[in-house]
Design a protein around this ligand. Structure first.
Ligand code: HEM
Length: 459
């Protein structure tokens, strides 16, 4: 159990203001605001675990003059926030660092009625039958990519995983069957997206991210970069709007162009651009880095790697062991380590309480390393999932409630296919034995060296 979840009277949820005032907020992190900000941004893993050891699983953070918000890793708090009526604990997505990039109108950044409308429109295209249609594209992209990897030489897996996940999301959005031909807008979009992804891991990219922080509109240096990605998207939207076979097409762009809201309105070009960019950005790097982390962990956990190899190659229990490995990888290295809600009424968090208007960050990392939920949480043990399904408020790589990741089923389908195919076809080891530290980029946490591996042989 964490210090936080051991507290007496651990109840969470809305309370009268007087009760909240009497209980008071969780203890402040005993560090100067600037040090907190830097440690939180650069070394979130060490930051949250140290805070939990020192002052418990709920704490207040001060990153400026005043209290910036409260962080919790307590499963009861999480349940209270994610299961609450959205108007009592709306998402902080509108304040997200993604807002200057995606604008205020995308399903990821919008709140209230607009969010629900966009979510309802998109959700069916990422569930059930729709996912089955993606599976062939995933397997094809994976086989194609694996064949190009070098043997006996170290390379980072993350960009290779990104090539696969970008192919998959582009196929879903634009209905591109094979790889797009050079000179087409699809090809330009893919090239720009990959370059931008690489740029954001550089010092210059991180500086642009800092400039964008807490802004609603992109900072000046970010604008020309964004227009590089907007242009090919706009060209694709215009091209598709004019297509003769629009009515017969089943890709997401065509469906968005034909969609009508309950009031019979169509989406504007700017709205469609925002949704497409959201799906591309939210939909490929997260999945790619989740896979990269899975291999970063597996290649340093010989027993787990061996168990996966045995299951996949002997086809005995393969599906179950692949699933357990994915659950464990996403538990131990959640690519999105935080999700936020802003309470609109006073809220009790176990023995503490915060006033209306407080931003409460849910530390997915802390929940995933709660000893009460996961004994020996720092060990990578996929077998802990044997006969166990992830709990809604205990395993949160995709967040939860009405903001739960729209692409979770697609991401899991991709992870299953890629993990199983790589396991079947490749003998690989980590390039260096030391674990890779995390690099925090925008809202994600990715392996700093890109999960470097050496492929010893390919089947
Ligand atoms: C392993 C891969 C992925 C991870 C770890 C991940 C994680 C997340 C998380 C944590 C959230 C926020 C949930 C919350 O606030 O409670 C989210 C939202 C979202 N994700 Fe994902 N995601 C992944 C893949 C994808 C894919 C493949 C797509 C593309 C379809 C996608 C599209 C979205 C969208 C549109 C939202 C906003 C949903 C809303 O606010 O209603 N994600 N994701």
């Amino acid at each position: 159990m964490t210090a936080g979840s051991q507290q007496v009277g651990s109840v969470s949820g809305p309370v009268p203001a007087a009760e909240a005032a009497a209980l008071g907020p969780p203890p402040l992190i005993p560090l100067p605001p600037l040090v907190q900000l830097l440690r939180f941004r650069q070394r979130q893993i060490e930051f949250v675990f140290r805070a939990r050891r020192q002052i418990g699983g709920r704490f207040s953070m001060r990153t400026g003059e005043s209290v910036a918000g409260v962080m919790t890793g307590d499963p009861e708090d999480v349940r209270s926030l994610l299961a609450a009526k959205p108007e009592l604990a709306p998402s902080t997505a509108g304040e997200s660092p993604l807002r200057p990039i995606l604008g205020p109108d995308s399903v990821l950044t919008a709140t209230g009625a607009r969010h629900l409308r966009q979510r309802k429109l998109l959700l069916p295209h990422f569930h059930g039958e729709a996912i089955e249609r993606y599976t062939a594209a995933i397997a094809e992209a994976t086989e194609r990519e694996i064949d190009t990897w070098p043997l006996g030489r170290a390379f980072p897996l993350a960009p290779r995983m990104q090539a696969i996940t970008l192919d998959v999301i582009m196929a879903g959005i634009f209905g591109v069957g094979a790889q797009p031909a050079p000179g087409t807008a699809e090809h330009r979009l893919r090239t720009v997206t990959r370059r931008l992804g690489q740029f954001t891991t550089t010092a210059a990219g991180q500086a642009v991210e800092m400039l964008n922080a807490r802004r609603h509109e992109p900072a000046a240096p970010a604008r020309p970069i964004l227009s590089m990605i907007y242009r090919p998207i706009e060209a694709l939207v215009a091209e598709r709007r004019a297509a003769d076979d629009l009515g017969e097409r089943r890709d997401i762009l065509s469906l968005l162009l034909q969609a009508r809201t309950e009031e019979g309105e169509e989406l504007s070009d700017a709205e469609i651009r925002a949704e497409l960019l959201t799906l591309i950005l939210a939909g490929h790097e997260t999945t790619a880095n989740s896979l990269a982390w899975a291999w970063e962990r597996l290649t340093r956990a010989p027993a787990a790697h061996e168990r996966l190899l045995d299951a996949v190659r002997s086809e005995a229990d393969a599906e179950a062991v692949v699933e357990q490995t994915i659950y464990e990888a996403m538990r131990s290295r959640p690519v999105v380590p935080l999700t936020g809600r802003r309470v609109t009424v006073p809220w009790r968090l176990g023995p503490y309480a915060v006033p209306a208007g407080t931003g409460v960050l849910i530390s997915i990392l802390l929940v995933h390393h709660d000893e009460g939920l996961y004994p020996k949480p720092f060990e990578f043990r996929p077998e802990r999932w044997a006969g166990r399904r992830p709990g809604t408020y205990e395993w949160l790589p995709f967040g939860g409630g009405i903001r739960r990741c729209l692409g979770a089923s697609l991401a899991l389908a991709e992870m299953r296919v890629v993990l199983a195919t790589m396991t079947r076809r490749l003998d690989l080891v980590c390039a260096e034995p030391e674990p890779e530290p995390a690099l925090h980029r925008n809202v994600t946490m990715i392996p700093r060296r890109g999960a470097r591996v050496v492929v010893l042989s390919r089947r």
